[in-house]
Every structure is written in C-alpha cells, then in structure tokens.
Design a binder for this molecule. Structure first.
Ligand code: ADP
Ligand code: MG
Length: 202
C-alpha cells in the first residue's frame, strides 16, 4: 500500500481543520462534560485550538515536527483543564519524535504519535479501559498503520466504546458507578482530532 508524503502545510491544515471541527462540536463536548465532569471540555478545546490555529497562521513553522511542537506548547499555555497539558504533551512529544524532517510519511507519523500517546499515558497515569481520551487515541494510532480513514474510524469506535465503562481517571472517576452510561468527552475530542486528520488527507 502506498504511503503518502506529508509536509508542514499538511500539518497546519490538520490543526486548522481540528479547530474548525471543535468549533462545530463545541456544544456536544460541553454536554458530554456536563454529564460526567465540569462542563468545560468544549470551551477548553475551543480556546486551545483557536489559539493554535492563530499561532500557526502567524508563525508558519516549516517542518511537520515544528508544527506539532508549537501546537502542543500553545495548548499547554492556553488551556487550564486537564486536557490542555494532556493534548499538549501528545502533540509536543509527537512533534519531537518527527525531528526536523521537511516531510514525513504516514507510517513515520504513526510512530511519532505512538511516542506522544505513550508520554500522555505516562503523564496521566491512565491506560486503555479507564474511560479517557486514550480509549480513542490508542486504537486510532494503531490503525494509522493501515490508513487515515481506518484511524478515524477506530477513534470514533473507541470513543463510543467508552459509554459502558467506569471512569478510573480524571474528574469523571469521582462519580464512580454514575460515570457508566456516558461517553467520555476527551475520547470524543480525540475522535475529532483523527477525523480532522482523515479529512485533510483526502
Ligand atoms: P478537566 O477534567 O480538568 O475539566 P477537560 O474537561 O478539558 O479537563 O478534559 C476532560 C477529559 O480529559 C476527560 O474526558 C478525559 O478524556 C481526559 N482525562 C482526564 N484525566 C485524564 C488522565 N489522567 N489521563 C488521560 N486522559 C484524561
Ligand atoms: Mg472538564
């Protein structure tokens, strides 16, 4: 199977598409976080990715790795909730793993994102099945070995599969059994991230 070559412009389009996707879904993210959190996930993601899109437009980093590192830093500095440092770490670590290459392949991106997801898991102390963003991110990164669309579908499925789970990390874990029956907000925004990636790869 062919492996697409991705440049800095592609990564900027990815982050910009993610900002647009968050904008479209902000109410849904807020609703999901009102059920099992503090109703700020929509606002957190919107504030973060609006800032990322603005920064990228102004600075235009010249390599894929630099785009993700700058996006990650921006999320960490502009988002107050747990999701800011977690997504920030994911993108920054993934960007570092891509190094200074002017172009990367989908498989190289997969390996970079794997490093980012591993670091996110370390930072948050969560594992798949704990009802967090990792439940979408881990299967998505694995499926990115196949295709962008497979990764987006896996993230979507992973987010849906959080509904029956009992939350073990983050605010939702304070609810114990009452967290069951609700979709995790962070897993839902992670599905948006991979949906945006598949969209720009079309
Ligand atoms: P906060 O929980 O501080 O209000 P957000 O509402 O923006 O932050 O984000 C909540 C999401 O963050 C959760 O739905 C979950 O997916 C994710 N999350 C929370 N804690 C962790 C953790 N320790 N590891 C991984 N993801 C986490
Ligand atoms: Mg919240």
């Amino acid at each position: 199977m062919s492996d697409t070559v991705l440049d800095a412009a592609f990564f900027i389009r990815w982050m910009t598409e993610m900002a647009a996707a968050v904008d479209r879904e902000v109410d849904r993210l807020t609703e999901l976080d009102s059920a099992i959190g503090d109703a700020d996930h929509g606002a957190n993601m919107q504030r973060g990715f609006v800032a990322v899109a603005k920064m990228l437009e102004a600075e235009g980093p010249s390599t894929p790795g630099a785009v993700l590192v700058a996006a990650g830093r921006q999320l960490i500095s502009s988002v107050g909730g747990a999701s800011g440092p977690l997504y920030g770490t994911l993108l920054r670590r993934s960007g570092k793993a891509l190094g200074e290459a002017p172009q990367v392949t989908r498989r190289e991106l997969r390996a970079g994102l794997q490093a980012g997801v591993d670091m996110l898991a370390q930072l948050g102390g969560a594992a798949p099945g704990d009802k967090t963003m990792l439940d979408a991110l881990v299967p998505a990164v694995a499926a990115l070995g196949t295709s962008f669309e497979a990764a987006a579908a896996a993230a979507e499925q992973g987010a849906l599969a959080t509904v029956p789970l009992l939350a073990k990390k983050g605010r939702a874990s304070y609810l114990r059994e009452r967290s069951i029956g609700h979709q995790d907000p962070g897993a839902t925004s992670s599905a948006l991230l991979f949906g945006a990636l598949a969209e720009v790869a079309k």
